[in-house]
Design a protein around this ligand. Sequence first.
Ligand SMILES: NC(=O)c1ccc[n+]([C@@H]2O[C@H](COP(=O)([O-])OP(=O)(O)OC[C@H]3O[C@@H](n4cnc5c(N)ncnc54)[C@H](OP(=O)(O)O)[C@@H]3O)[C@@H](O)[C@H]2O)c1
Length: 240
Amino acid sequence: MARVAVVTGGTRGIGEAISLALKEAGITVAANYAGNDEKAAAFTERTGIKAYKWDVGDFDACAAGVQQVEAELGPVDIVVNNAGITRDGTILKMTREMWEDVIRINLGGCFNMAHAVFPGMRTRKWGRIVNIGSINGQAGQYGQVNYAAAKSGIHGFTKALAQEGARFGVTVNAIAPGYIDTDMVAAVPADVLEKIVAKIPVGRLGQAHEIARAVAFLCAEEGGFVTGSTLSINGGQHMY
Ligand SMILES: NC(=O)c1ccc[n+]([C@@H]2O[C@H](COP(=O)([O-])OP(=O)(O)OC[C@H]3O[C@@H](n4cnc5c(N)ncnc54)[C@H](OP(=O)(O)O)[C@@H]3O)[C@@H](O)[C@H]2O)c1
């Protein structure tokens, strides 16, 4: 039977490319999203991949969402924690809400999803968890104390959970993308983006499929010896 994967934030941007790459690898994919029903419906129409709406920042919603996917598609073997948001501002302008939203969704979402799937993976002695971090969690970024803290936390979370999963065939890895051409980056002011691209040695933004192929690599049957690692995919911008 085909493996089953949940890709959070899997209906657009990097997540859409990941959902497609896993489908191409013969995996049955459930793409989660937060609220953009229109984009999710268009995605399903285009790809034939089913979309499921829940907030990854909500612990109970993740448990219920995984339960629904398992009832419809079978046990979840793979989780890609890709859902993420930005609420940028310098610390002087950052509200407690901006801080809490980013920590709750970007970092809390990884815990909530892993908590829901880990027992089953451990029992079946096979699992793949891939967490999408960020170059800004490795290097920091002006105006992003919330985002950098959450993404940096993802890298620590990955190494700790990898140790818990190792004896049970459950690998846990992270990817730290640099700047990728998606809606999230389109929200960055043009003059700021120009300065960012000038600092990328390969001279361009990354493409979503360049992250997706690395996720497919980490989720492969043959990937059992790769765990606790962080793969930086950033055009040479930060060599970590
Ligand atoms: N783009 C970059 O340059 C870049 C660089 C480094 C890291 N990353 C990371 O890569 C991941 C994907 O980024 P992206 O640029 O593809 O983002 P994006 O284009 O903004 O798409 C975000 C996706 O996450 C979903 N999402 C947001 N909040 C959610 C929640 N609470 N629960 C469930 N789903 C939620 C969105 O659902 P809706 O469609 O319903 O809103 C959407 O599907 C993020 O974790 C981001 O931090 C991106």
